[in-house]
Ligand binder design. Structure first.
Ligand code: NAP
Ligand code: F7E
Length: 345
């Protein structure tokens, strides 16, 4: 296969790190877009032992000049736009920032590609949050969008701009509408990683209790390392299109906690209701989980669960790792990190 020059924005994030690893393993050159304050955030790249193999470029979604310069100077074969303020809950605290970075930032990239490098194949990191308060379940590429957060709205703007640049300007501009995907490299504010890290700390006597929001919320969770394979398949496909990547199954936060608790050596027993609910270890009575309304969000009326049939049919992509296997990968990684005092995110 021809060796490609690939620009990845959000290189220091979970998906950026896994994608860069795959690309380097395939013999491609990786240019990593880094904003100035990302300096010192190379932990994931270091954990995958690829930090030294990336050519870093200064690229900030808020700074159109940095985007034009990066694309004009490098004219990459492929560009994956993975950079974003990606925490949905926090997007309510900075709606204008998210609109600019996640929304307008994508437009800046599309414009720079159109003007300076129209042969570049483009991937936009779209999200199941476009469906928001979905009207039907499961959701596919043809389901109506109904975003319910500044993050979802900004990502919808970026999604539609990508589609418009494809149809109006003829760019090879694709999107992946990805449902939640997790890994040992997941940021620790997201719920799966928050749970695996806290239960590892509790098992090792370094934390008392884990505070969570809605235990009955459900998500369609897959393994990030497999989802970045899907991104490459989307970009290297014969035509530029939109694809849903998902497992097609949902689980509650409660079920994930129960699964990880068992790995941590606890037998969790729930008592109380709503905000007063607690999860206690049956043997010792230790309070493992407590509900904190601070982490609650508006509940979804209809479940977010993806229908990945198009990706399976046209790209041969499927999610392979089960949720218990994913939970085990994550818990073991956190247990090792806590034991060796090397937790960094
Ligand atoms: P992540 O771990 O939060 O990584 C986000 C990356 O974006 C980081 O490298 C961050 O850099 C960078 N970034 C943030 N603001 C920036 C800015 N203004 N300019 C340049 N870079 C900036 O996210 P992820 O989980 O890897 O997700 C990758 C992409 O997929 C995101 O666009 C996300 O919205 C989308 N997505 C994720 C999921 C999921 O379940 N993971 C699902 C659907 C879609 P710093 O290190 O400097 O903070
Ligand atoms: O929440 C519930 C919370 O923050 C998952 C991002 O990658 O995926 C991610 O967004 C669920 C929600 O991810 C806590 O209410 C309960 O129902 O892990 P999360 P998210 O909001 O789904 C989408 C597809 C993206 O595109 C985003 O970039 O868990 N939940 N208790 C909690 N969530 C958090 N964070 N913390 C809690 O204590």
């Amino acid at each position: 296969m021809t060796k490609k020059k690939v620009l990845v924005t959000g290189i220091t994030g979970q998906d950026g790190a896994y994608l860069a690893k795959n690309l380097l393993d395939g013999g491609h050159t990786v240019l990593g877009g880094l904003r100035r304050n990302s300096e010192g955030k190379h932990h994931r790249l270091k954990e995958l032992r690829i930090a030294e193999r990336i050519n870093y470029l200064e690229l900030d979604l808020m700074d159109q000049e940095s985007i034009i310069r990066s694309i004009k100077e490098t004219r990459p074969d492929e560009l994956y736009n993975l950079a974003a303020q990606s925490f949905v809950h926090a997007s309510w605290n900075c709606p204008a920032y998210v609109s600019q970075a996640d929304g307008l930032g994508t437009l800046y990239i599309l414009e720079a590609i159109r003007t300076h490098s129209p042969e570049t194949r483009f991937y936009q990191a779209s999200t199941s949050e476009l469906f928001g308060n979905a009207q039907v379940s499961p959701q596919s590429e043809t389901t109506q969008f109904n975003p319910r957060s500044p993050y979802g709205v900004a990502k919808l703007y970026a999604h539609w701009m990508t589609k418009n640049y494809r149809e109006f300007h003829g760019l090879f501009a694709t999107t992946g509408i990805l449902f939640n995907h997790e890994s040992p490299l997941r940021g620790s504010q997201f719920v799966t990683r928050k749970i695996t890290l806290a239960l590892a700390r509790i098992a090792l006597g370094q934390q008392q209790t884990l505070e969570l929001g809605n235990l009955d919320a459900q998500r369609d969770w897959g393994y990030a390392a497999e989802y970045v394979d899907g991104m490459t398949s989307i970009v290297r496909n014969g035509t530029a299109e939109d694809y849903v990547l998902a497992t097609g199954k949902t689980h509650t936060i409660r079920a994930f906690v129960e699964c990880v608790s068992k790995m941590a050596g606890f037998e969790i027993e729930w008592s109380g209701q709503g905000e007063a609910e607690e999860g206690l270890d049956r043997r010792t009575g230790q309070k493992l989980v407590r509900v904190n309304p601070e982490f609650f969000r508006e509940t979804e009326k209809i479940q977010l669960v993806g229908n990945p049939a198009k990706a399976r049919r046209e790209l041969g992509w499927t999610s392979r790792t089960s949720l218990p296997d994913l939970a085990e990968l994550m818990f073991k990684a956190d247990y090792d990190r806590v034991s060796t005092n090397s937790v960094y995110f």
